[in-house]
Design a protein around this ligand. Structure first.
Ligand code: SF4
Length: 228
């Protein structure tokens, strides 16, 4: 990992992101969304593809008629069955039920909308209390559904950021979020997230990165090591 000064690193990241916007376009998140539904949808997205996660969420909503109370009270096997297409259903089902139980117990309703009034770091800390909700899920839920100024990293963003050398390879997810939140220009958190996800899926893929087509290669630690 390069040891440049903060201002230099900020500049490097900003220039790289500009190159990715040229390649993949510069998009932003849609309108704000329901926070509790987004948290559950993001949890279902863990360790699976976006398509399977969407199918699992759709199936969960259809099976229980969009009623979180039904989801919480159902036998856990039925919830697991409803989300089976998303993978790890035996792990995710009890976690979803526990989140619903905890939210209802604390708030008297199935809603996390109160988090919109919280400071982003307080909202993040609240979500991190739930079992199964880590730094990636918490940051994405709040950045996407509440449009809070948090930089969210999924597996693709993490891989690209580590390969290029913006964050150390051995760093924890929480620390990686902290670092990248400082390097990415604040007004661009959502556009940067989308561009890095797209880049990780189309170019900097897990098994065979297509470095010859990548505009980041002249400044990428991983590529330079491969060249040596
Ligand atoms: S140069 Fe290769 S390893 Fe580096 S970001 Fe681009 S595709 Fe990924």
């Amino acid at each position: 990992m390069k040891t440049d000064e903060p201002a230099e690193r900020f500049q490097r990241v900003a220039e790289a992101l500009d190159a990715l916007y040229v390649l993949h376009g510069k998009e932003t998140f849609d309108e704000p969304d329901d926070l509790l539904g987004s948290l559950i949808a993001t949890l279902l997205n863990q360790s699976t593809s976006g398509i399977n996660a969407s199918r699992a969420f759709g199936s969960l909503v259809d099976t229980f008629e969009g009623d979180w109370d039904q989801v919480r009270r159902a036998p856990v096997e039925e919830v697991a069955e409803a989300i089976v297409v998303g993978g790890l259903s035996n792990q995710k089902a009890p976690r979803i039920q526990k989140i619903l139980e905890q939210v209802h117990e604390e708030r008297g309703e199935y809603s996390l909308e109160f988090l919109r009034e919280e400071e982003p770091e307080d909202a993040r800390a609240y979500l991190l209390e739930f079992k199964g909700v880590g730094p990636k899920t918490a940051a994405f839920t709040l950045a996407y559904a509440a449009q809070m100024p948090l930089f969210a990293m999924n597996t693709d963003v993490m891989r690209v950021s580590k390969r290029v050398g913006w964050v150390p390879a051995s760093v924890s997810d929480a620390r990686a979020h902290e670092l990248m939140q400082g390097w990415v220009p604040e007004g661009d958190y959502d556009a940067a997230h989308i561009a890095l996800v797209t880049h990780g899926r189309r170019v900097c893929t897990s098994r065979a990165p297509r470095c010859a087509e990548c505009p980041l290669r002249s400044d990428c630690d991983h590529h330079q090591k491969e060249e040596e």
